[in-house]
Design a protein around this ligand. Structure first.
Ligand code: ADP
Ligand code: MG
Length: 723
């Protein structure tokens, strides 16, 4: 009788993809489940629509009477579409989204039921929040948390529920979510960037916003195989598994043709996303077998953040319909390419001008160079704040391990742009006058290449023509922390620059003179953060150390620095987070790290003890049997070296496994007897992870020595190649 694993595989292979021929064309369903501006325009009285769109644009306060009218229109629109419930949808510090559904239905005194949805229900809610992490902000005697409608993101329907995007905060007004600091960081960036635009004579722009486009990577594995792996079910990644005979070395998966069943899944996801007004534009196979990517067109950062949360939710929820489990984890398979999320980031003014576009006139170039200097200063001075936007137990397997990108945060500019900066800097040095000197505000930038296809893929922060691509974000992470850090760091840098330029101009200098005085110095100061070479090389780590760039290659090391005065200052100065909020976040994130490692440790222990050890003990017994029977059959003088050697190797590994199980038990006991978030996370990192790896090492070796019929877990090859 074959193993359950083998049987499952024979069922899967050759299975037809779900047929999606009756899918409506995407353009006909676009945004049909969104109460968009367009829909508001159609459904709201003119004066109310005017007031509301002003509130959405400017972030002003919503009056109760407007709220009632808006709520009623939303409800009618939703009920016509079969909606029965509404929920305040928010993003607590769990890193996931949260929702609690309430029915519109309200009984009347006459005993009838009415659909009711008031302005108050739209604007504010009070979810039972005591079970969400608050890092001590919400002490038990004041356990309430509040949600408030964020009108900058339109409400939407999923299933039969109207979702209202909200902000989540405590009784004392502190942020308990990731949206509030994100909104604050966007305002901070706008404030400081406008100061620069005004210096350039721009009086039209009323605000500046940041934009983000998140390229989302993920793996798909067959649900029936995943169901046989407790690690995939509970930890979202494999905790053991020997390397497959074929991995990604043939480079035949990247951009390869998409398997039919995966294609059906992608189309289904895209239809759901399009209906939610999420412009999912790009899809392709990724580097590793079983790995794929979906990328939307960029949007305002706050909307892009919500939309990426919805993309991740949709990927997870739609997958089972097609017989898949979607793995968003950063490293589902050791030794196989991990998953990241490229956060493409830029900023534009209220008139839609991209401020990171080099432009064509000398005036545009000068302005571009100021914002570029801002980016270099932000990334150089505040790299730990940026690194904080990418932490997590899962992402530690990428950053700082032998994978893209490294934990050292540097900027890739490309040769042409780096040359431009070189010229600007060295003219100021004036020892080695270079020809082609560029006078800022007078000369034009040389044309920059439009085709960046050969750009450096190893850099964590790369200029790609008119935006930067922050590649260190993990695939399972919200993009909010990365964008909060980017916006806040950029606001700090622009504040420094604006203050200096304003002072020079107040002192009688022309803008051009002020720029000539400032930019060469700034570029020179921040050149050490620019690196156009190979980010994987060991030499870069040494070189980065000489340049004084931090190389924090694990979550705990980064989190320890969260409370450094200069790191806190990035958030404090721009009113993005206050001190209590920062310390609370530090605590929550440390706790979450320790909990994640604890779960992985417990699972490794359980799988080793209850599923691997029984099997390999039998392998040992059989090997002993083969050895002794061979000896009997051939007589004492016969050479049974080969049998002896196999037995000895199996035994050595089984003994190693037994010992490492004891070691892991001790490590977990040490973790459980530790208190304090920082100490716990250090024990998790320094004691539990090494013990887990040791256990895993023996399991993986034994997998290669065991009858494949009897191995209890689906193998890497089976998980990765069967679609
Ligand atoms: P790749 O990195 O795979 O080559 P592209 O360069 O085509 O992909 O674009 C990646 C992402 O960058 C897309 O989501 C795109 O919408 C986004 N993007 C383009 N312009 C901007 C911008 N100004 N701000 C933020 N994101 C942008
Ligand atoms: Mg990219």
């Amino acid at each position: 009788m074959g193993s359950i694993r083998r049987k499952t595989i024979s069922e899967i292979v050759g299975k037809e993809a779900v047929c999606l021929d009756d899918m409506p064309p995407l353009d006909s369903i676009y945004a049909q489940n969104v109460f968009s501006l367009d829909m508001m325009h159609k459904r709201l009285p003119k004066d109310i629509f005017k007031k509301l769109s002003k509130i959405i644009r400017k972030g002003a306060k919503l009056d109760a009477d407007i709220a009632d009218v808006v709520a009623n229109a939303m409800k009618d629109w939703a009920v016509e579409r079969g909606v029965t419930h509404y929920t305040h949808w928010f993003q607590p510090m769990t890193g996931l989204t949260a929702e609690k559904h309430d029915a519109f239905l309200t009984p009347t005194v006459e005993g009838r039921m009415l659909n009711e949805f008031s302005g108050k229900m739209l604007i504010s809610g009070e979810p039972d929040a005591s079970s969400f992490p608050s890092g001590g902000i919400r002490s038990t005697f004041e356990a309430r948390g509040y949600t408030a409608w964020d009108p900058t993101v339109p409400v939407f329907i999923i299933g039969t529920t109207l979702h209202i995007p909200t902000l989540f905060y405590s009784y004392s007004g502190e942020a308990l979510d990731r949206k509030i600091p994100l909104m604050r960081s966007i305002s901070a960036l706008s404030r400081q960037a406008l100061r620069i635009l005004r210096l350039f004579g721009n009086t039209e722009a009323s605000f500046v916003r940041s934009s983000a486009g998140a390229e989302q990577e993920y793996f798909l594995v067959d649900t029936r195989l995943a169901a046989l792996r407790p690690d995939l079910l509970l930890a979202g990644r494999t905790l053991m598994g020997a390397a497959p005979a074929k991995g990604q070395e043939m480079e035949d998966h990247y951009f390869g043709s998409i398997p039919a069943r995966v294609m059906a899944f992608m189309r289904d996801v895209e239809a759901q996303l399009f209906a939610l007004g999420i412009p999912a534009k790009t899809r392709h196979n990724e580097v590793a077998p079983g790995q794929f990517e979906i990328a939307p067109i960029y949007e305002d950062t706050n909307i892009a953040t919500d939309h990426n949360m919805l993309v991740m939710n949709m990927l997870r929820h739609v997958a089972p319909r097609h017989g898949f489990m979607c793995l968003l984890h950063e490293k589902p398979f050791a030794g196989v390419n991990g998953s990241g999320k490229h956060n493409n980031w830029s900023m534009s003014d209220s008139e839609g001008n991209n401020l990171l576009n080099p432009g064509s006139t000398p005036q545009d170039n000068a302005q571009f160079l100021v914002f570029l200097a801002g980016v270099l200063r932000a990334v150089h001075k505040h790299s730990i704040a940026l690194r904080l936007g990418t932490i997590g137990a899962g992402n530690d397997h990428r950053l700082g391990a032998n994978e893209a990108p490294p934990a050292i945060i540097s900027v890739y500019l490309g040769e042409q742009l780096a040359d431009v900066l070189d010229v600007i800097i060295n003219h100021k040095d004036s020892t080695q006058q270079k020809s082609g000197f560029m006078e800022i505000g007078v000369s034009s930038l040389p044309p920059l290449p439009v085709d960046f296809s050969d750009r450096n893929r190893t850099s964590p922060f790369a200029f790609t023509g008119n935006k930067f691509e922050f590649r260190a974000v993990g695939s399972s992470q919200s993009i909010a922390p990365a964008n909060i850090a980017l916006n806040a760091a950029m606001a700090c840098a622009l504040e420094d620059i604006a203050t200096e330029l304003e002072a020079s101009i107040a002192g009688g200098a022309s803008l051009n003179d002020a720029l000539q005085g400032l930019l060469p110095r700034l570029f020179k100061e921040h050149m050490p953060v620019v690196f156009n070479g190979n980010g994987y090389s060991a030499q870069w780590a040494e070189e980065a150390e000489r340049r004084g760039l931090p190389n924090l290659n694990n979550t705990v090391a980064v989190l320890e620095r969260y409370s450094d005065p200069e790191v806190m200052d990035v958030f404090l100065r721009q009113n993005v987070l206050n001190e209590r909020e920062i310390l609370a976040r530090q605590e929550i994130l440390l706790e979450s790290y320790a909990k994640t490692i604890n779960i992985e440790g417990m699972l490794t222990l359980e799988m080793s003890k209850t599923s691997i050890l029984p099997v390999v003990s039998r392998v040992q017994m059989e090997a002993a049997d083969v050895l002794s029977r061979t000896r009997v059959a051939l007589g004492d003088s016969a050479d049974v070296g080969a049998e002896q050697k196999f037995f000895a190797t199996v035994r050595e590994n089984v003994v190693g496994l037994r010992d490492s199980i004891v070691g892991l038990e001790k490590a977990l006991a040490a973790l459980h007897s530790t208190s304090g978030a920082l100490e716990e996370s250090r024990v998790a990192r320094d004691v539990v992870i090494p013990a887990m790896l040791q256990c895993r090492g023996y399991c993986d070796t034994l997998e290669t020595m065991t009858d494949s019929e009897k191995w209890p877990l689906p193998t890497y090859a089976e998980l990765l190649w069967i679609h």
